[in-house]
Design a protein around this ligand. Sequence first.
Ligand code: ADP
Length: 464
Amino acid sequence: MSEEQETITISVAVAGEAEAEEVREALRGEEGLPATQLLIGSTEFTGPTLVVGTLAAEIDDDSLAEADRDFLPVPFAAAELRRRLRVLETRTRRLYAAADNERELGIIVRQIADAINVGVMFYDTDRRPRMHNRAVEEILELAGFDMATGQSTNIYSPDRYTPVKRDKNIITETLEGDGRGLIYWLGDPEEGPQRAVISEAHSIRREDGELLGSAIITYDVTDLATEIEMREGYLESISHELRTPLTAAIGYLDLIADGFDVENSGFAHEFEIIEHNVLYMSSLVNEFATLSKNGITLTVKPAEMRSLLMQSLDALRPAAEKARLTLVTSVPDDPVAARVDASRVTQVIDNLVSNAIKYTPSGGTVTVSLDQDGDDAVLRVADTGQGIAENEMARIFDRFFRSESARRMAARGVGIGLTIAKTIVDGHHGTISVQSRLGHGSTFTVRLPLRPKDAPLSEITDRL
Ligand code: ADP
Protein backbone atom coordinates (compact mmCIF):
# COMPACT_ATOMS: atom_id res chain seq x y z
CA MET A 1 0.00 0.00 0.00
CA SER A 2 1.52 3.30 -0.99
CA GLU A 3 1.86 6.40 1.18
CA GLU A 4 -0.35 8.52 -1.07
CA GLN A 5 -3.33 6.35 -0.48
CA GLU A 6 -6.22 8.06 1.20
CA THR A 7 -7.12 6.93 4.67
CA ILE A 8 -10.33 5.00 4.64
CA THR A 9 -12.48 4.15 7.60
CA ILE A 10 -13.48 0.62 8.48
CA SER A 11 -15.77 -0.02 11.42
CA VAL A 12 -15.32 -3.03 13.63
CA ALA A 13 -18.64 -3.79 15.19
CA VAL A 14 -18.37 -5.45 18.58
CA ALA A 15 -20.88 -6.51 21.23
CA GLY A 16 -19.45 -4.60 24.15
CA GLU A 17 -16.42 -3.10 25.80
CA ALA A 18 -14.91 -6.53 26.57
CA GLU A 19 -14.92 -7.54 22.92
CA ALA A 20 -13.67 -4.08 21.92
CA GLU A 21 -10.73 -4.51 24.24
CA GLU A 22 -10.01 -7.94 22.70
CA VAL A 23 -9.90 -6.34 19.25
CA ARG A 24 -7.65 -3.51 20.42
CA GLU A 25 -5.37 -6.07 22.02
CA ALA A 26 -5.20 -8.16 18.87
CA LEU A 27 -4.22 -5.11 16.84
CA ARG A 28 -1.75 -3.60 19.30
CA GLY A 29 1.58 -2.83 17.71
CA GLU A 30 0.08 -3.67 14.33
CA GLU A 31 1.64 -1.52 11.64
CA GLY A 32 0.05 -3.46 8.80
CA LEU A 33 -2.98 -1.25 8.39
CA PRO A 34 -1.58 2.27 8.27
CA ALA A 35 -4.14 3.64 5.89
CA THR A 36 -7.07 2.28 7.82
CA GLN A 37 -8.72 4.12 10.60
CA LEU A 38 -10.59 1.75 12.83
CA LEU A 39 -13.82 2.64 14.54
CA ILE A 40 -13.97 0.00 17.14
CA GLY A 41 -17.27 -0.48 18.84
CA SER A 42 -18.75 2.40 16.95
CA THR A 43 -22.43 2.44 16.25
CA GLU A 44 -21.91 4.03 12.82
CA PHE A 45 -21.92 0.86 10.81
CA THR A 46 -22.64 2.57 7.53
CA GLY A 47 -19.34 2.01 5.76
CA PRO A 48 -17.24 -1.12 5.42
CA THR A 49 -17.70 -3.06 8.63
CA LEU A 50 -16.15 -6.13 10.14
CA VAL A 51 -18.64 -7.69 12.48
CA VAL A 52 -17.01 -9.52 15.34
CA GLY A 53 -18.76 -12.45 17.00
CA THR A 54 -22.05 -12.23 18.74
CA LEU A 55 -23.12 -8.89 17.39
CA ALA A 56 -23.91 -10.35 14.00
CA ALA A 57 -27.51 -11.16 14.81
CA GLU A 58 -28.23 -7.68 16.09
CA ILE A 59 -27.09 -5.81 13.04
CA ASP A 60 -29.80 -4.66 10.71
CA ASP A 61 -29.05 -6.29 7.41
CA ASP A 62 -30.18 -3.29 5.39
CA SER A 63 -27.88 -0.89 7.18
CA LEU A 64 -24.80 -2.57 5.75
CA ALA A 65 -24.14 -2.85 2.08
CA GLU A 66 -23.63 -6.43 1.03
CA ALA A 67 -20.13 -5.78 -0.26
CA ASP A 68 -19.03 -3.97 2.88
CA ARG A 69 -20.04 -6.63 5.37
CA ASP A 70 -17.74 -9.24 6.84
CA PHE A 71 -18.14 -11.51 9.81
CA LEU A 72 -15.56 -12.93 12.17
CA PRO A 73 -16.80 -15.46 14.74
CA VAL A 74 -15.44 -15.38 18.29
CA PRO A 75 -13.13 -16.48 19.68
CA PHE A 76 -10.81 -15.19 16.95
CA ALA A 77 -7.08 -15.40 16.42
CA ALA A 78 -5.34 -12.03 16.20
CA ALA A 79 -3.77 -13.00 12.86
CA GLU A 80 -7.19 -13.85 11.43
CA LEU A 81 -8.58 -10.47 12.55
CA ARG A 82 -5.72 -8.66 10.81
CA ARG A 83 -6.12 -10.75 7.68
CA ARG A 84 -9.85 -10.02 7.53
CA LEU A 85 -9.27 -6.32 7.95
CA ARG A 86 -6.75 -6.27 5.15
CA VAL A 87 -9.10 -8.11 2.81
CA LEU A 88 -11.88 -5.71 3.72
CA GLU A 89 -9.62 -2.73 3.14
CA THR A 90 -8.48 -3.93 -0.28
CA ARG A 91 -12.02 -4.69 -1.32
CA THR A 92 -13.24 -1.30 -0.13
CA ARG A 93 -10.48 0.59 -1.93
CA ARG A 94 -11.43 -1.17 -5.14
CA LEU A 95 -15.06 -0.18 -4.70
CA TYR A 96 -14.17 3.43 -3.94
CA ALA A 97 -11.90 3.61 -6.97
CA ALA A 98 -14.70 2.31 -9.21
CA ALA A 99 -17.09 4.90 -7.75
CA ASP A 100 -14.52 7.64 -8.37
CA ASN A 101 -14.17 6.56 -11.99
CA GLU A 102 -17.90 6.58 -12.36
CA ARG A 103 -18.13 10.08 -10.91
CA GLU A 104 -15.38 11.29 -13.17
CA LEU A 105 -17.05 9.73 -16.18
CA GLY A 106 -20.25 11.52 -15.16
CA ILE A 107 -18.43 14.85 -15.15
CA ILE A 108 -16.83 14.14 -18.53
CA VAL A 109 -20.12 13.09 -20.12
CA ARG A 110 -21.90 16.12 -18.65
CA GLN A 111 -19.32 18.55 -20.04
CA ILE A 112 -19.25 16.93 -23.45
CA ALA A 113 -23.06 17.00 -23.52
CA ASP A 114 -23.02 20.71 -22.72
CA ALA A 115 -20.39 21.45 -25.33
CA ILE A 116 -22.21 19.87 -28.28
CA ASN A 117 -24.77 21.52 -30.47
CA VAL A 118 -27.20 18.64 -30.08
CA GLY A 119 -30.02 18.70 -27.56
CA VAL A 120 -30.05 15.67 -25.24
CA MET A 121 -32.85 14.99 -22.74
CA PHE A 122 -33.18 11.87 -20.68
CA TYR A 123 -36.51 10.64 -19.37
CA ASP A 124 -36.86 7.70 -16.99
CA THR A 125 -39.33 4.88 -17.52
CA ASP A 126 -42.04 6.92 -15.75
CA ARG A 127 -41.43 9.73 -18.26
CA ARG A 128 -39.92 11.98 -15.60
CA PRO A 129 -37.18 14.30 -16.89
CA ARG A 130 -33.89 13.25 -15.33
CA MET A 131 -31.27 15.24 -17.18
CA HIS A 132 -30.79 17.55 -20.11
CA ASN A 133 -27.88 19.45 -21.58
CA ARG A 134 -27.47 23.15 -22.23
CA ALA A 135 -28.52 22.98 -25.91
CA VAL A 136 -31.95 21.72 -24.85
CA GLU A 137 -32.61 24.88 -22.87
CA GLU A 138 -32.05 27.05 -25.94
CA ILE A 139 -34.12 24.75 -28.14
CA LEU A 140 -37.08 24.66 -25.75
CA GLU A 141 -36.98 28.40 -25.24
CA LEU A 142 -37.02 29.02 -29.00
CA ALA A 143 -39.89 26.54 -29.37
CA GLY A 144 -41.90 28.48 -26.76
CA PHE A 145 -42.14 25.33 -24.66
CA ASP A 146 -44.24 25.56 -21.53
CA MET A 147 -42.98 23.24 -18.80
CA ALA A 148 -46.36 23.13 -17.05
CA THR A 149 -48.48 22.07 -20.02
CA GLY A 150 -45.85 20.45 -22.22
CA GLN A 151 -47.13 22.52 -25.14
CA SER A 152 -45.20 24.83 -27.44
CA THR A 153 -46.26 27.96 -29.29
CA ASN A 154 -43.41 28.38 -31.76
CA ILE A 155 -42.99 25.21 -33.80
CA TYR A 156 -43.46 25.55 -37.56
CA SER A 157 -43.67 23.26 -40.56
CA PRO A 158 -40.92 23.18 -43.24
CA ASP A 159 -42.46 26.28 -44.85
CA ARG A 160 -41.36 28.17 -41.67
CA TYR A 161 -44.76 29.87 -41.28
CA THR A 162 -47.44 27.27 -40.63
CA PRO A 163 -47.60 26.65 -36.88
CA VAL A 164 -47.76 22.99 -35.93
CA LYS A 165 -48.13 20.91 -32.78
CA ARG A 166 -49.57 23.77 -30.72
CA ASP A 167 -51.95 21.48 -28.86
CA LYS A 168 -49.53 18.58 -28.61
CA ASN A 169 -47.12 17.61 -25.90
CA ILE A 170 -44.01 17.40 -28.05
CA ILE A 171 -42.06 15.49 -25.42
CA THR A 172 -44.67 12.72 -25.14
CA GLU A 173 -45.01 12.64 -28.91
CA THR A 174 -41.30 12.32 -29.50
CA LEU A 175 -40.96 9.66 -26.81
CA GLU A 176 -43.68 7.72 -28.59
CA GLY A 177 -41.71 7.91 -31.82
CA ASP A 178 -43.92 10.38 -33.70
CA GLY A 179 -42.38 12.97 -35.99
CA ARG A 180 -39.17 10.99 -36.27
CA GLY A 181 -36.87 12.33 -38.96
CA LEU A 182 -39.08 15.32 -39.81
CA ILE A 183 -37.70 18.82 -39.96
CA TYR A 184 -39.41 21.53 -37.90
CA TRP A 185 -38.55 25.20 -37.66
CA LEU A 186 -38.46 26.70 -34.18
CA GLY A 187 -38.99 30.35 -33.34
CA ASP A 188 -41.52 32.96 -34.37
CA PRO A 189 -40.78 33.90 -38.02
CA GLU A 190 -41.53 37.55 -37.25
CA GLU A 191 -39.10 37.70 -34.38
CA GLY A 192 -35.58 36.91 -35.38
CA PRO A 193 -33.73 33.89 -36.68
CA GLN A 194 -35.43 30.53 -36.64
CA ARG A 195 -33.65 27.24 -36.26
CA ALA A 196 -34.45 23.95 -37.95
CA VAL A 197 -34.36 20.77 -35.88
CA ILE A 198 -34.92 17.05 -36.18
CA SER A 199 -35.74 15.08 -33.02
CA GLU A 200 -35.85 11.41 -32.25
CA ALA A 201 -36.08 9.20 -29.19
CA HIS A 202 -33.74 6.34 -28.33
CA SER A 203 -34.27 3.70 -25.66
CA ILE A 204 -31.50 3.53 -23.09
CA ARG A 205 -30.93 0.09 -21.62
CA ARG A 206 -28.65 -1.58 -19.14
CA GLU A 207 -26.26 -4.16 -20.50
CA ASP A 208 -28.69 -6.91 -19.49
CA GLY A 209 -31.41 -5.25 -21.59
CA GLU A 210 -33.42 -3.68 -18.77
CA LEU A 211 -34.97 -0.38 -19.86
CA LEU A 212 -33.64 2.68 -18.00
CA GLY A 213 -35.56 5.29 -19.96
CA SER A 214 -35.41 7.20 -23.22
CA ALA A 215 -33.21 9.93 -24.54
CA ILE A 216 -34.60 12.56 -26.88
CA ILE A 217 -31.90 13.74 -29.23
CA THR A 218 -32.52 16.96 -31.11
CA TYR A 219 -30.21 17.87 -33.98
CA ASP A 220 -29.85 21.41 -35.21
CA VAL A 221 -30.10 21.15 -39.00
CA THR A 222 -30.52 24.83 -39.79
CA ASP A 223 -27.66 24.99 -42.31
CA LEU A 224 -28.86 21.91 -44.14
CA ALA A 225 -32.50 23.07 -44.20
CA THR A 226 -31.44 26.49 -45.47
CA GLU A 227 -29.42 24.86 -48.26
CA ILE A 228 -32.43 22.74 -49.24
CA GLU A 229 -34.65 25.80 -49.21
CA MET A 230 -32.26 27.68 -51.45
CA ARG A 231 -32.02 24.80 -53.90
CA GLU A 232 -35.78 24.46 -53.96
CA GLY A 233 -36.26 28.20 -54.42
CA TYR A 234 -33.71 28.19 -57.20
CA LEU A 235 -35.47 25.34 -58.99
CA GLU A 236 -38.80 27.04 -58.53
CA SER A 237 -37.70 30.38 -59.94
CA ILE A 238 -35.87 28.77 -62.86
CA SER A 239 -38.89 26.70 -63.81
CA HIS A 240 -41.15 29.69 -63.37
CA GLU A 241 -38.98 31.94 -65.54
CA LEU A 242 -38.59 29.34 -68.28
CA ARG A 243 -42.23 28.45 -68.43
CA THR A 244 -43.49 31.72 -69.93
CA PRO A 245 -41.15 31.89 -72.96
CA LEU A 246 -41.62 28.17 -73.58
CA THR A 247 -45.38 28.48 -73.56
CA ALA A 248 -45.06 31.32 -76.06
CA ALA A 249 -42.73 29.26 -78.27
CA ILE A 250 -45.09 26.26 -78.22
CA GLY A 251 -48.02 28.57 -79.02
CA TYR A 252 -46.23 30.07 -82.04
CA LEU A 253 -45.14 26.64 -83.27
CA ASP A 254 -48.80 25.57 -83.15
CA LEU A 255 -49.78 28.71 -85.05
CA ILE A 256 -47.20 27.99 -87.74
CA ALA A 257 -48.32 24.36 -88.00
CA ASP A 258 -51.94 25.46 -88.33
CA GLY A 259 -51.37 28.31 -90.80
CA PHE A 260 -48.68 26.89 -93.09
CA ASP A 261 -48.18 23.74 -95.02
CA VAL A 262 -45.10 22.75 -93.03
CA GLU A 263 -44.88 19.34 -94.71
CA ASN A 264 -44.20 20.90 -98.10
CA SER A 265 -42.44 24.03 -96.93
CA GLY A 266 -38.93 22.71 -97.34
CA PHE A 267 -38.16 23.10 -93.65
CA ALA A 268 -40.33 20.27 -92.30
CA HIS A 269 -37.31 18.52 -90.81
CA GLU A 270 -36.02 21.66 -89.07
CA PHE A 271 -39.53 22.41 -87.83
CA GLU A 272 -39.79 18.93 -86.34
CA ILE A 273 -36.44 19.30 -84.57
CA ILE A 274 -37.44 22.66 -83.09
CA GLU A 275 -40.80 21.30 -81.98
CA HIS A 276 -39.22 18.18 -80.46
CA ASN A 277 -36.69 20.21 -78.50
CA VAL A 278 -39.15 22.81 -77.30
CA LEU A 279 -41.45 20.05 -76.07
CA TYR A 280 -38.55 18.33 -74.35
CA MET A 281 -37.58 21.58 -72.60
CA SER A 282 -41.17 22.08 -71.58
CA SER A 283 -41.38 18.60 -70.05
CA LEU A 284 -38.12 19.23 -68.18
CA VAL A 285 -39.46 22.50 -66.83
CA ASN A 286 -42.58 20.71 -65.66
CA GLU A 287 -40.45 18.14 -63.87
CA PHE A 288 -38.39 20.86 -62.19
CA ALA A 289 -41.60 22.51 -61.07
CA THR A 290 -42.80 19.20 -59.59
CA LEU A 291 -39.49 18.74 -57.77
CA SER A 292 -39.41 22.25 -56.40
CA LYS A 293 -42.82 21.94 -54.78
CA ASN A 294 -43.13 20.59 -51.27
CA GLY A 295 -44.96 17.52 -52.41
CA ILE A 296 -46.87 15.93 -55.18
CA THR A 297 -50.64 15.70 -55.17
CA LEU A 298 -52.19 12.58 -56.61
CA THR A 299 -55.73 12.44 -57.86
CA VAL A 300 -56.76 8.83 -57.50
CA LYS A 301 -59.56 7.49 -59.67
CA PRO A 302 -60.56 4.10 -61.10
CA ALA A 303 -58.21 3.19 -63.94
CA GLU A 304 -57.20 0.12 -65.90
CA MET A 305 -53.53 -0.74 -65.67
CA ARG A 306 -53.27 -2.85 -68.82
CA SER A 307 -54.53 -0.09 -71.10
CA LEU A 308 -52.40 2.51 -69.32
CA LEU A 309 -49.36 0.39 -70.10
CA MET A 310 -50.35 -0.33 -73.71
CA GLN A 311 -50.94 3.37 -74.40
CA SER A 312 -47.53 4.25 -73.05
CA LEU A 313 -45.88 1.53 -75.08
CA ASP A 314 -47.62 2.62 -78.28
CA ALA A 315 -46.15 6.06 -77.82
CA LEU A 316 -42.66 4.73 -77.06
CA ARG A 317 -42.49 2.04 -79.74
CA PRO A 318 -41.11 4.41 -82.42
CA ALA A 319 -38.24 5.39 -80.09
CA ALA A 320 -37.45 1.71 -79.47
CA GLU A 321 -37.49 1.03 -83.24
CA LYS A 322 -35.30 4.01 -83.90
CA ALA A 323 -32.82 2.71 -81.36
CA ARG A 324 -33.01 -0.73 -83.04
CA LEU A 325 -34.29 -2.46 -79.96
CA THR A 326 -36.76 -5.28 -79.63
CA LEU A 327 -39.67 -4.32 -77.41
CA VAL A 328 -41.30 -7.36 -75.82
CA THR A 329 -44.56 -6.98 -73.90
CA SER A 330 -46.43 -9.34 -71.68
CA VAL A 331 -49.77 -8.38 -70.12
CA PRO A 332 -52.54 -10.40 -68.44
CA ASP A 333 -55.51 -11.54 -70.52
CA ASP A 334 -57.95 -9.74 -68.26
CA PRO A 335 -58.15 -6.07 -67.39
CA VAL A 336 -56.40 -5.01 -64.19
CA ALA A 337 -58.68 -2.57 -62.38
CA ALA A 338 -57.02 -0.15 -59.99
CA ARG A 339 -57.50 3.11 -58.18
CA VAL A 340 -54.53 5.22 -59.14
CA ASP A 341 -53.59 8.59 -60.53
CA ALA A 342 -53.55 7.48 -64.17
CA SER A 343 -51.45 10.31 -65.55
CA ARG A 344 -48.84 9.96 -62.79
CA VAL A 345 -48.67 6.17 -63.25
CA THR A 346 -48.23 6.77 -66.98
CA GLN A 347 -45.37 9.10 -66.10
CA VAL A 348 -43.71 6.26 -64.13
CA ILE A 349 -44.13 3.80 -67.00
CA ASP A 350 -42.85 6.34 -69.54
CA ASN A 351 -39.82 7.10 -67.44
CA LEU A 352 -38.86 3.45 -66.86
CA VAL A 353 -39.39 2.39 -70.46
CA SER A 354 -37.66 5.40 -71.98
CA ASN A 355 -34.72 4.88 -69.61
CA ALA A 356 -34.54 1.24 -70.69
CA ILE A 357 -34.49 2.41 -74.33
CA LYS A 358 -31.96 5.16 -73.61
CA TYR A 359 -29.52 2.98 -71.68
CA THR A 360 -29.61 -0.10 -73.95
CA PRO A 361 -27.32 -0.25 -76.98
CA SER A 362 -28.84 -1.14 -80.36
CA GLY A 363 -29.61 -4.81 -80.89
CA GLY A 364 -30.78 -5.19 -77.29
CA THR A 365 -34.16 -6.07 -75.88
CA VAL A 366 -36.53 -4.22 -73.57
CA THR A 367 -39.11 -6.44 -71.91
CA VAL A 368 -42.12 -4.86 -70.24
CA SER A 369 -44.53 -7.01 -68.27
CA LEU A 370 -47.60 -6.44 -66.16
CA ASP A 371 -48.93 -9.01 -63.69
CA GLN A 372 -51.55 -9.06 -61.03
CA ASP A 373 -50.32 -10.49 -57.74
CA GLY A 374 -53.16 -10.59 -55.23
CA ASP A 375 -54.19 -6.99 -54.64
CA ASP A 376 -51.06 -5.59 -56.28
CA ALA A 377 -50.17 -4.78 -59.85
CA VAL A 378 -46.56 -5.67 -60.63
CA LEU A 379 -44.90 -3.85 -63.49
CA ARG A 380 -41.46 -4.95 -64.65
CA VAL A 381 -39.24 -3.15 -67.13
CA ALA A 382 -36.16 -5.19 -67.98
CA ASP A 383 -33.43 -4.34 -70.43
CA THR A 384 -30.24 -5.88 -71.74
CA GLY A 385 -28.41 -2.57 -71.54
CA GLN A 386 -25.44 -1.07 -69.77
CA GLY A 387 -26.68 -1.83 -66.25
CA ILE A 388 -25.81 0.05 -63.08
CA ALA A 389 -22.62 -0.30 -61.04
CA GLU A 390 -23.11 -1.79 -57.59
CA ASN A 391 -21.77 1.28 -55.79
CA GLU A 392 -24.27 3.50 -57.63
CA MET A 393 -27.38 1.42 -56.94
CA ALA A 394 -28.15 3.06 -53.59
CA ARG A 395 -28.27 6.52 -55.14
CA ILE A 396 -30.22 5.69 -58.27
CA PHE A 397 -33.46 7.30 -56.98
CA ASP A 398 -31.72 10.41 -55.59
CA ARG A 399 -32.42 13.78 -57.13
CA PHE A 400 -30.08 14.71 -59.96
CA PHE A 401 -28.19 11.45 -59.71
CA ARG A 402 -26.74 10.25 -63.00
CA SER A 403 -24.47 7.26 -63.24
CA GLU A 404 -20.93 7.72 -64.37
CA SER A 405 -21.64 5.82 -67.59
CA ALA A 406 -24.77 7.91 -68.29
CA ARG A 407 -22.66 11.04 -68.00
CA ARG A 408 -19.88 9.59 -70.10
CA MET A 409 -22.17 8.56 -72.95
CA ALA A 410 -23.76 12.05 -72.72
CA ALA A 411 -27.25 10.55 -72.67
CA ARG A 412 -29.92 13.18 -72.52
CA GLY A 413 -31.34 13.68 -69.05
CA VAL A 414 -30.79 15.42 -65.76
CA GLY A 415 -31.37 12.63 -63.25
CA ILE A 416 -34.79 13.49 -61.89
CA GLY A 417 -37.04 11.00 -63.73
CA LEU A 418 -36.49 8.18 -61.24
CA THR A 419 -36.86 10.54 -58.26
CA ILE A 420 -40.25 11.60 -59.52
CA ALA A 421 -41.18 7.99 -60.35
CA LYS A 422 -40.33 6.91 -56.81
CA THR A 423 -42.30 9.79 -55.30
CA ILE A 424 -45.33 8.84 -57.37
CA VAL A 425 -45.04 5.15 -56.43
CA ASP A 426 -44.51 6.00 -52.73
CA GLY A 427 -47.54 8.28 -52.90
CA HIS A 428 -49.59 5.28 -54.02
CA HIS A 429 -48.12 3.32 -51.09
CA GLY A 430 -46.34 1.06 -53.56
CA THR A 431 -42.69 0.11 -53.95
CA ILE A 432 -40.12 0.54 -56.69
CA SER A 433 -36.88 -1.41 -56.80
CA VAL A 434 -34.07 -2.20 -59.18
CA GLN A 435 -31.83 -5.15 -59.86
CA SER A 436 -28.93 -4.71 -62.16
CA ARG A 437 -25.61 -6.06 -63.33
CA LEU A 438 -23.15 -3.69 -64.88
CA GLY A 439 -22.81 -4.47 -68.55
CA HIS A 440 -25.69 -6.95 -68.53
CA GLY A 441 -28.85 -4.96 -67.97
CA SER A 442 -31.33 -3.77 -65.38
CA THR A 443 -34.79 -4.68 -64.18
CA PHE A 444 -37.00 -2.10 -62.50
CA THR A 445 -39.96 -3.53 -60.56
CA VAL A 446 -42.93 -1.44 -59.47
CA ARG A 447 -45.53 -2.87 -57.12
CA LEU A 448 -48.71 -0.83 -56.82
CA PRO A 449 -51.64 -1.63 -54.55
CA LEU A 450 -54.74 -1.89 -56.75
CA ARG A 451 -57.07 -0.94 -53.90
CA PRO A 452 -60.03 -2.37 -55.82
CA LYS A 453 -62.51 -2.10 -52.97
CA ASP A 454 -61.27 1.02 -51.21
CA ALA A 455 -63.41 4.08 -51.02
CA PRO A 456 -62.08 6.52 -53.60
CA LEU A 457 -59.04 8.30 -52.30
CA SER A 458 -59.27 11.74 -53.75
CA GLU A 459 -55.84 12.92 -52.79
CA ILE A 460 -52.61 11.44 -51.56
CA THR A 461 -49.77 13.79 -50.90
CA ASP A 462 -46.25 12.69 -50.43
CA ARG A 463 -43.10 14.70 -49.96
CA LEU A 464 -40.54 14.61 -52.70
P1 ADP B 1 -31.97 10.54 -66.41
O1 ADP B 1 -32.26 9.32 -67.20
O2 ADP B 1 -32.66 11.73 -66.89
O3 ADP B 1 -30.52 10.77 -66.18
P2 ADP B 1 -33.33 9.20 -64.21
O4 ADP B 1 -33.68 9.75 -62.88
O5 ADP B 1 -34.42 8.65 -65.02
O6 ADP B 1 -32.57 10.35 -64.95
O7 ADP B 1 -32.23 8.09 -64.00
C1 ADP B 1 -31.13 8.35 -63.14
C2 ADP B 1 -29.92 7.58 -63.56
O8 ADP B 1 -30.16 6.18 -63.36
C3 ADP B 1 -29.58 7.68 -65.02
O9 ADP B 1 -28.77 8.81 -65.26
C4 ADP B 1 -28.82 6.41 -65.27
O10 ADP B 1 -27.50 6.59 -64.84
C5 ADP B 1 -29.48 5.41 -64.33
N1 ADP B 1 -30.48 4.57 -65.01
C6 ADP B 1 -31.82 4.72 -65.01
N2 ADP B 1 -32.41 3.75 -65.71
C7 ADP B 1 -31.43 2.95 -66.16
C8 ADP B 1 -31.39 1.75 -66.96
N3 ADP B 1 -32.50 1.19 -67.43
N4 ADP B 1 -30.18 1.21 -67.21
C9 ADP B 1 -29.05 1.76 -66.72
N5 ADP B 1 -29.02 2.88 -65.98
C10 ADP B 1 -30.19 3.47 -65.70
